[in-house]
Design a protein around this ligand. Structure first.
Ligand code: ATP
Length: 448
């Protein structure tokens, strides 16, 4: 097939058969011509070749050839799926097809999310001989763990990040739903900051916090009273958000009387200040959040159906902490930088164990509270269990070795616990030898 090259001339694109017959050298030369970072791997995760764009992106101090992708990109000693992440190579080896995933990579600027497209290369007998990986940095999540932004690399959080990235590239009405404290406002801010309205205001409407009698004037503004000489007109939040984003937090609490006016604004871009007949215009993007079942509210006639469908054009579930337990160590690191930036606090293995086995009904907010309190109570550099004041589990049960399976909290803990295995065994009430046996059983189950 003839295709147009970057320089405007025509060249022949190799047929599928020719591609399959390509030697590694020819593949490496193909990669070199690509503008995005590309890597060529063998089946054992070892890097065979990289292009110049990859060297620029990764800026390695020593050669990466012969090293593994998980070591170079993640500083891991084992493939990503052993560390609780999705591994595109393992997926592609299994499916025989191209796989696309969002991953967090180590780069000279810190950790950043990248979109990975991995294509298996097959020989003439149809066997996969190597893989080509294309890496595209994702703007939305740049510098997640170091900046005041989104933190997480679990499967549930990565699924959300994929949607967040898409929402940020458009102006579509977005509804974030998830339990209280999961970080819906943080996600809304990230969408705003990564979109084309980033330089314009991000205005929060705290729906439960505004009394119904004041809602209209707060949201749409108040005209100057006709007979008043002293009073002045008041700008509303819609006006303040002009050009930017209006974030409707707990939108289910929006009074019914306001819902029709908001619907009119969303449909026409026009609204009236309270006490005025003049139409005003606002160019806003709306992101809403709810921790309640909004659909149920529409069935109970507490929320207008037409407004619900308008607001939920692009729904994004924000996962609860219990559905992304492997993110806890990352969240702790990120939150400690916020709550005690000067102190370089660390956690004892026992404290880490407690935080990784708690159920978090209050989600990230609750984790943040534990750490804020611990930072106050802890006078040294190490947070210990007595500084955390974690409530006892309601049923009084501590995790046991018997509960360890890939989908239980203890199973997750085994894969992600960052402290010493000796402490973990002690906290679980088992010997180190049993712990290692459980761990290898777990890996075997995950491999299948
Ligand atoms: N991914 C994250 N990384 C770091 N901190 C986070 C993250 N998500 C949430 N937080 C912190 O958790 C707290 C709660 O976040 P946020 O207010 O966004 O949650 P919410 O879901 O909007 O809560 P609510 O439903 O109660 O309004 C905040 O202190 C926020 O800084």
């Amino acid at each position: 097939m003839a295709v147009l090259t970057d320089h405007g001339s025509m060249r022949n694109e190799p047929s599928t058969k020719e591609r399959i017959d390509m030697s590694f050298t020819e593949l490496a030369s193909f990669l070199q011509a690509q503008t995005e970072p590309h890597i060529l791997f063998d089946r054992e995760y070892r890097i065979i070749a990289v292009n110049s764009a990859f060297r620029k992106y990764c800026n390695p101090k020593t050669s990466v050839i012969g090293r593994t992708c998980y070591e170079v990109s993640h500083n891991y000693t084992k493939p990503c799926d052993y560390s609780g992440e999705t591994c595109p190579l393992a997926k592609s080896r299994h499916s025989g097809k191209s796989e696309r995933v969002l991953h967090m990579h180590h780069t000279p600027e810190g950790e950043e999310y990248v979109s990975i497209e991995l294509t298996p290369i097959k020989n003439a007998s149809g066997e996969i001989t190597c893989f080509v990986e294309k890496i595209e940095p994702v703007k939305i999540a740049k510098g997640q763990t170091v900046k005041n932004s989104l933190t997480g690399k679990s499967a549930a959080y990565t699924r959300m990040m994929n949607l967040v990235e898409k929402a940020a590239s458009s102006d579509i009405n977005t509804l974030l739903y998830g339990e209280s404290g999961t970080g819906k406002e943080v996600v809304a801010q990230a969408i705003h900051r990564s979109g084309k309205r980033a330089a314009k205001p991000f205005i929060v409407v705290d729906c439960p916090g505004i009394p119904e009698t004041h809602f209209e004037s707060e949201l749409f503004g108040q005209e100057r009273p006709t007979h008043s000489k002293t009073g002045s007109a008041k700008r509303g939040l819609v006006d303040a958000a002009d050009g930017g984003t209006l974030f409707l937090d707990e939108v289910g609490d929006l009074p019914l009387s306001i819902q029709s006016k908001l619907l009119h604004l969303l449909e026409t871009g026009a609204y009236r200040r309270h006490g005025s007949a003049d139409l005003r215009r606002a160019d806003i993007r709306v992101i809403s959040a709810t921790s309640h079942n909004l659909r149920k509210k529409t069935e109970d006639k507490l929320f207008r159906k037409d407004l619900y469908y308008m607001l939920e054009a692009f729904p994004i579930p924000v996962p609860a902490v219990r559905d992304r337990l492997e993110d806890i160590p990352l969240l702790i690191a990120s939150l400690l930088k916020k709550v005690a930036p000067e102190r370089n606090l660390t956690l004892s293995d026992e404290a880490m164990f407690l935080l990784q086995t708690y159920s978090y009904p209050g989600n990230v907010r609750e984790l943040r509270n534990f750490l804020e309190r611990a930072a106050l109570l802890c006078e040294s550099h190490e947070i210990r269990p007595e500084h955390l004041l974690i409530p006892e589990p309601e049923n009084g049960e501590k995790p046991t070795a018997q509960q360890i399976s890939p989908d239980t909290q203890s199973g997750q803990l085994l894969s992600t616990f960052s402290g010493k295995r000796k402490t973990l065994a002690k906290m679980l009430g088992i010997s180190e030898r049993t712990l290692y046996r459980r761990l290898s059983e777990l890996h075997e189950k995950q491999e299948r």
